[in-house]
Design a protein around this ligand. Structure first.
Ligand SMILES: [Zn+2]
Length: 417
């Protein structure tokens, strides 16, 4: 019973905290809806500022509803016995074995996917549509969904089979092997994703010759950065939001611009945005994030290795284990359902590190490109993406991977003067 109580306390605290943070952000954005912050007054109109406020609030209201629904699902699966019922039904149907365990995990993924579907639908075709960001037809929504499920099955099932087999046969240190397999897999994905998976969803075309390409190549030389080409991705197929990113590692690095970014920014601004992204690379943020994620998953697997042998972990969360036989599927399912309730409290640490990295990358961009161009690019992107310029400080501290707009711009002004 002790663990039931610990779980319930963490569950209520994390649900309540999420809800409270969203409400705070809604209130703060609504309070500042009627005036553009002074430092943006020349560039952002009141209408644009109000659109950003309304869009931010609409997204938060949806997040509040989703938070409620996922809380209900979590309790239904655990304390109300949903997982136990599903497990027994599949045991009767398939008998004990790896197939039954894979079926258990696949059913949970399927159920969560089906519950999530109306939310993604609403988000794309009502929320994004209402604010003019949706460019996706309903047919594309379903082909994306089917491709996603097919890929998830093709990649997920073999991986799951390997992990469940290790749990069964590799002895007490199975978790170490499973962690190693998953780490190697995620390194492989850095290469597989841009090369084979991303092209299934988008078209990538080489950036055309012209002033932009010349300017970008000069930046790359200045930063001493070798890439495997500059590409433009048809992001406009789905959304009007713009972005730039890197894909791949080592020598297979590609630089990818969303077509929407190139439409909206002038060459100097595109260069500044890319210089910021190069900053993440040059300041070794990408490598640091990868190492931290390996360390965290090591800790999680070690915890799973131990907790999966404890009877209370199952019984206190509403399921009966079979610790002498095929139990891995049940342990994985329970761990994946329950661990986010606890790890949620670590969110501010990740956000803090990320904001620090953003400032460093901005500093790099200011040095190698132009702080002035980056400022005007950011203002355009805030406008175009209807990002709020007046976020709540506590909400920002907890969640935001990027510094709030006024602080970020003020920091860049230090370089441009
Ligand atoms: Zn960044």
């Amino acid at each position: 019973m002790t663990f039931t109580i610990v779980f319930l306390i963490a569950f209520i605290a994390s649900f309540g905290l999420r809800h409270w943070l969203s409400q705070r952000q809604i209130r703060h954005v609504a309070e500042h809806r009627d005036a553009v912050p002074a430092e943006f007054a020349e560039k952002v109109t009141l209408a644009e500022h109000q659109k950003a406020a309304d869009y931010t609030i609409a997204k938060l209201r949806l997040a509040i509803l989703e938070n409620g629904v996922s809380a209900i699902i979590l309790i239904a699966f655990t304390l109300l016995g949903g997982l136990e019922i599903l497990n027994i039904a599949l045991l009767q149907l398939l008998g004990e074995g790896i197939t039954q365990q894979i079926a258990l995990l696949a059913s949970i993924a399927l159920i969560s996917g089906v519950i999530d579907l109306p939310f993604s639908w609403y988000k794309q075709f009502y929320l994004e549509e209402r604010f003019g960001f949706n460019r996706m037809g309903k047919k594309l929504f379903f082909t994306d969904l089917l491709k996603g499920v097919a890929l998830g099955t093709a990649i997920g099932l073999p991986l799951l089979w390997v992990i469940l087999t290790l749990m069964l046969k590799a002895g007490d240190l199975w978790w170490l092997w499973a962690w190693a397999v998953l780490s190697v897999f995620s390194l492989l994905m850095q290469w597989i994703f841009p090369t084979f998976i991303a092209p299934l969803f988008n078209k990538f075309q080489a950036l055309e010759d012209g002033p932009l390409k010349t300017q970008i190549e000069a930046l790359l030389t200045r930063c001493d950065f070798a890439s495997q080409g500059l590409f433009v991705m048809d992001g406009s197929k789905r959304s009007a939001h713009g972005n730039a990113f890197f894909a791949g590692m080592g020598k297979a690095k590609r630089i990818v611009f969303f077509d929407t970014l190139i439409e909206k920014l002038n060459p100097g601004e595109v260069e500044a945005v890319l210089a910021h992204e190069l900053g993440h690379f040059k300041c070794k943020h990408i490598r640091k994030r990868l190492i931290v994620s390996f360390a965290l998953s090591f800790a999680m697997f070690a915890l799973l290795g131990w907790i999966s042998t404890q009877v209370w972990f199952y019984t206190d969360l509403g399921v009966m284990p079979n610790l002498n036989g095929y139990n891995g599927g049940l342990a994985l399912a329970l761990f994946m359902l329950v661990s986010p309730v606890f790890s949620f409290f670590l969110t501010p640490l990740g956000s803090l590190a990320s904001r620090k990295h953003e400032y460093e990358a901005d500093g790099f961009a200011a040095e190698k490109s132009s702080a002035k161009d980056l400022i005007s690019a950011l203002v355009k992107l805030y406008q175009d993406n209807a990002s709020t310029l007046t976020p709540d400080p506590i909400y920002t501290a907890f969640y935001s991977s990027h510094p709030p707009a006024p602080l970020r711009i003020a920091n860049l002004h230090r370089f441009s003067s």
